[in-house]
Design a protein around this ligand. Structure first.
Ligand SMILES: Cc1ncc(COP(=O)(O)O)c(C=O)c1O
Length: 361
């Protein structure tokens, strides 16, 4: 494929250098580099606690365990998201209420979400900031205050997006979960982290990451498991790569925005509805579009060596048990959304070539 759906920035020599260093340090998981990475992210996001882990999925697992939901508890989630958002609560026996998106938008419909919160009184709600779009709502905040449900922000696609001029996306509610996998604006090849401003929650997350062994050093030495947990500690080699890649933040942020604006300006084809993300602080992870009769478009792109990612499917289309409802907006998106070539590794000229081809469709 001449134009793969995602191109990240690479520096492979750096990877081998760090493997040797981590082996010499004899601390392959949660070593010096991992703590350094946590501290750097803390400053970047202006948040009190960062708990690094092996993936965005692990971060969601840790956050959901920390919510302490029990089997049969009501969980509210958007219908359009990656299955990783809700799998942990499924494993824990949550009973799902799903919420549709707004028309032609990946963002959850807050009118419907807030109504369902009032009707079903959930114990846990997931908010998902798809493609770096901050997903917040004042009435939702009031309901959270009133009913005191736990909120997990899935910010897997939103590391470089701001909520407002002072705060970052994914740092407002109980726990934020981020991915640092290779198809994200900043990566550590494979990794992720949780953010929180609560010491109590941070302590829980740290012990969940270490098989339930309490974060206090004396307990860690004696290996007394005081809660449920798993081994979700990240490898120090990956953390070292993450640290190096953090130096690209400013380039990647500006470059991703530039490529997104290029698509928006020069993609002139009535059959391809580009989803332009408005907003000053937004860093789009991907360049996405809606295309009716997507299969014809997929064939066209295949012939022209353009890679596509077929986006995120609706949870209601999977075998997740949920209260049946009408999800027409999200199902429409799930069937017609595509991710066009994206990522900080793309040069402007390559994206210009892609757009030129797409304009002929
Ligand atoms: C919305 C969303 N949530 C969770 C995840 C899981 O992250 P990871 O791939 O790092 O496990 C992803 C991955 O892309 C995602 O897009």
């Amino acid at each position: 494929m001449k134009y793969p759906w995602f191109k990240s920035l690479h520096n492979s020599s750096l990877f081998s250098k760090n493997i040797i260093q981590s082996v010499k340090n004899k601390k392959m998981t949660m070593g010096y580099k991992s703590y350094e990475l946590e501290n750097r992210i803390k400053k970047i996001l202006n948040v009190k606690y960062v708990v690094l882990t092996t993936s965005g999925t692990s971060a969601l697992m840790m956050a959901t365990l920390a919510s302490e939901i029990k089997s049969g508890d009501i969980v509210v989630a958007p219908n359009l998201t990656w299955v990783a958002t809700t799998n942990p609560a499924r494993i824990m026996g949550g009973k799902f209420i799903l919420v549709d998106t707004k028309k032609y938008s990946q963002q959850v419909d807050f009118n419907e979400l807030n109504q369902k919160i009032m009707k079903y009184r959930p114990k846990l709600v997931y908010l998902v900031h798809l493609n770096g779009k901050p997903t917040y709502n004042k009435d939702f905040d009031k309901l959270k205050k009133k009913y005191k449900f736990f909120v997990i922000e899935d910010a897997a696609q939103a590391f470089l997006s701001k909520r407002n001029s002072y705060s970052s996306c994914g740092t407002k509610h109980d726990v934020g979960c981020f991915s640092l996998s290779i198809t994200k604006p900043i990566h550590m090849i494979y990794g992720g982290f949780c953010t929180t401003n609560s010491k109590k929650i941070a302590d829980k997350l740290i012990s969940i990451r270490n098989n339930g062994v309490n974060s206090k050093p004396e307990n860690a030495r004696l290996e007394i498991a005081s809660s449920m947990g798993l081994n979700l500690k990240p490898s120090d080699v990956h953390s070292a790569v993450g640290l190096e890649n953090l130096n690209n933040i400013s380039f990647n942020k500006n470059h991703l925005r530039k490529l997104h604006n290029f698509y928006n300006k020069y993609l002139k084809n009535n059959k391809i509805k580009f989803l332009n993300l408005q907003g000053k602080g937004i860093t789009p992870c991907y360049n996405e579009a809606i295309i009716d009769n997507r299969n014809n478009f997929i064939n066209f792109c295949n012939k022209n060596s353009i890679g596509l990612h077929l986006g995120i499917r609706c949870l209601s289309e999977t075998n997740i048990k949920h209260i049946k409802d009408n999800f027409q907006n999200s199902i429409y998106l799930s069937k017609n959304l595509v991710r066009l070539p994206s990522g900080p590794g793309y040069k402007v000229n390559e994206i210009k070539e892609v757009i030129k081809i797409l304009n002929k469709y």
